[in-house]
Design a protein around this ligand. Structure first.
Ligand code: SF4
Length: 241
């Protein structure tokens, strides 16, 4: 990573922490399998609905082993509040089965001994597990200094100019995480999601009230006076247990 990029991340992080504060985290690291299933549920929906789907799943199945024999259609109906029930139930069932076949148990504890790149490579070999899901497991369940890239992080870091015009979240992930500054991945990731939800929105960013206005390189800034829009700051992946 260039020194310029490294400094820009540190500077943006300082400004975001000043504006939003240091985001709270789970005191105890969750189980990586729980986290992976929670992340599958979180795709294309809001945190409130995916959290409800996760709770429904935990209530219905006392252990993930029960998923091995559960009917996929039943899983689909249990998680339907999160949307994309068919796709998500298939991904969960296939991940649990594949993990059990490969390791003989439903555990990802072997990842603790692996470096970040190897762990991401291993996880993305499971059907239905992409780079974002794998990186969320690393950050939220293994406490690695890895910054996952969802649609908000992708949009904001490209606009700010931290990465240069990467056209997919996965490309942005690899460009952003190469030599990422130590210890700040969780706060940077979480605060960028808030920035993307509340200020740096897809269609009309509220640049006039943005804490990053002075350092942002986006050419089409919208400097109209805008009112702050505070969204629910609940983050699913900090509440998986
Ligand atoms: S200045 Fe505007 S474009 Fe840049 S990060 Fe802030 S809201 Fe987004």
């Amino acid at each position: 990573m260039s020194t310029e990029k490294y400094k820009l991340i540190k500077k943006a992080n300082r400004l975001l922490v000043k504006h939003f504060g240091i985001p709270p985290r789970n005191k105890k690291l969750p189980n990586p399998v729980d986290m992976l299933i929670g992340t599958i549920l979180s795709q294309n929906t809001n945190d409130k609905n995916s959290y409800q789907a996760y709770k429904n799943l935990r209530e219905k199945y006392k252990s993930w082993e029960e998923i091995l024999t559960a009917r996929r259609t039943t899983i689909e109906s249990v998680i339907k509040v999160a949307g994309l029930g068919k796709q998500k139930s298939e991904a969960i069932k296939s991940f649990v089965k594949e993990l059990n076949d490969k390791k003989g148990k439903l555990s990802l504890s072997h990842l603790k001994k692996m470096d970040e790149n190897s762990a991401i490579e291993e996880l993305t070999n499971y059907k239905g597990v992409g780079v974002k899901t794998a990186s969320c497991v690393l950050l939220f369940a293994l406490d690695r200094n890895v910054c996952p890239v969802d649609t908000h992080v992708h949009r904001t870091v490209n606009r700010i100019g931290i990465v240069k015009q990467q056209n997919t979240p996965d490309k942005t992930f690899f460009a952003l995480n190469e030599g990422f500054p130590p210890k700040i991945a969780h706060q940077f990731h979480t605060n960028l999601i808030r920035l993307g939800r509340e200020i740096c929105k897809p269609k009309k960013p509220s640049c006039s009230i943005c804490p990053l206005l002075k350092i942002c390189n986006f050419e089409d800034k919208n400097l109209e006076k805008m009112a702050p829009s505070r969204q629910n700051a609940f983050m699913l992946l900090d509440n998986i247990s």
